[in-house]
Design a protein around this ligand. Structure first.
Ligand code: NAD
Ligand code: LMR
Length: 331
């Protein structure tokens, strides 16, 4: 058995963590041979609730769980961690856009960037889930200059999973038979879910999704807006934001980053190098493949005029969010 790795989950007393912690501690993320030592960060008033979560983790009797450290101190939480799930932040409520959370949440990611910079492993892989996730990840990276920018990512995997699931339902196939759907840009209502390169396996034969669906209007309108608005639809129904599916997506994202994707494409918000003509130095979701713990943007895709407009809209929003976040961090 390998030596345990230290993994931090922030917002550990919250909704998403309640599903995520079991997945991490049971081997679904880092593999069935990798023990984990969990660091659980939340704010001081939540320490009582967190104690209950610690009890439940013990009661799960999980062979891969090497230990648990609950704390309200970011420097203790981030000490020597190899993976960081940054979940802790305020969720939106009905009628809000995710960027409405910016002024409340971005300071958390400034402070946590500074703490990661001081005490985390320099190869730590950071996944930001707390909204607005892309801009929070950018700010976290900015305040952790000793850690490579490539190590900071934002979660758009939930959008990818939603898109894949919508396409599978439309095609009447199991969800794993659809691949290579892309989420471009921001985890917000401007994101562009793009099925133009997606593939589906039907009757043992791989086909292009646009050909199999044969309904361009659906792929350009209903499909896009259903995925863009899915988070809001869940909030309207549950009166709370998605948690089960968000935790599953966070597990998928970190597992693929650690263990690799093969030739499957996955979407991750990463610090943009300007690929596909989108703005640089914002955290933009691209299609990537991962091997040996490193992600790489899928190159050479054709961008239609329709897609170009969508990529630019979500890029513009990220540039505006970045400026707003930098202004908040000055205070
Ligand atoms: P929640 O309110 O149930 O839990 C959040 C937890 O974070 C709380 O326990 C809170 O005390 C804690 N917290 C607040 N400030 C903190 C800090 N400075 N350090 C550590 N912990 C802190 O919320 P949730 O439903 O778990 O959602 C968490 C975040 O994830 C929200 O911002 C939500 O919008 C976001 N989210 C993102 C996605 C995505 O796809 N990227 C999906 C779902 C939810
Ligand atoms: C989601 O996509 O479900 C989350 O980002 C929560 C939200 O505010 O929509």
């Amino acid at each position: 058995m390998a030596a345990p790795i230290k993994v931090v989950v922030t917002g550990a007393a919250g909704q998403i963590a309640y599903s995520l912690l079991y997945q991490v501690a049971s081997g679904a993320v880092f593999g069935p041979e990798q023990p984990v030592f969990l660091h659980l960060l939340d704010i001081a008033p939540m320490m009582g609730v967190l104690e209950g979560v610690v009890m439940e983790l013990a009661d799960c009797a999980l062979p891969l769980l090497a230990g648990v450290l609950p704390t309200a101190n970011p420097e203790e939480a981030f000490k020597d961690v190899a993976a960081a799930f940054l979940v802790g932040a305020m969720p939106r409520r009905e009628g809000m856009e995710r960027k409405d959370l910016l002024s409340a949440n971005v300071r958390i990611f400034k402070e946590q960037g500074q703490a990661l910079d001081k005490v985390a492993r320099k190869d730590v892989k950071v996944l930001v889930v707390g909204n607005p996730a892309n801009t929070n990840a950018l700010i976290c990276s900015k305040y952790a200059p000793s850690i490579p920018k490539e190590n900071f990512t934002a979660m758009t995997r939930l959008d990818q999973n939603r898109a894949q699931s919508q396409l599978a339902a439309k095609l009447g196939v199991p969800v794993q038979d659809v691949k290579n759907v892309i989420i471009w840009g921001n985890h917000s209502s401007t994101q562009f879910p793009d099925a133009s390169n997606a593939k589906v396996r039907i009757g043992g034969v791989e086909k292009s999704v646009p050909e199999a669906i044969n309904n361009d209007a659906f792929l350009k309108t209903d499909f896009v807006s259903t995925v863009q608005k899915r988070g809001a639809a869940v909030i309207a129904a549950r009166k709370m934001s998605s948690a089960l599916s968000a935790a599953k997506a966070a597990s998928d994202h970190m597992r693929d980053w650690f263990l690799g994707t093969g030739d499957r494409w996955v979407s991750m918000g990463v610090v943009s190098d300007g690929s596909y003509g989108v703005p640089k130095d914002v955290v933009y979701s691209f299609p990537v493949t991962v091997s040996n713990g490193k992600w790489k943007i899928v190159e050479g895709l054709t961008i239609s005029d329709f897609a170009r407009e969508k990529l630019d809209i979500t890029g513009k929003e990220l540039v505006e969010e970045k400026q707003d976040a930098l202004d908040v961090c000055k205070d």
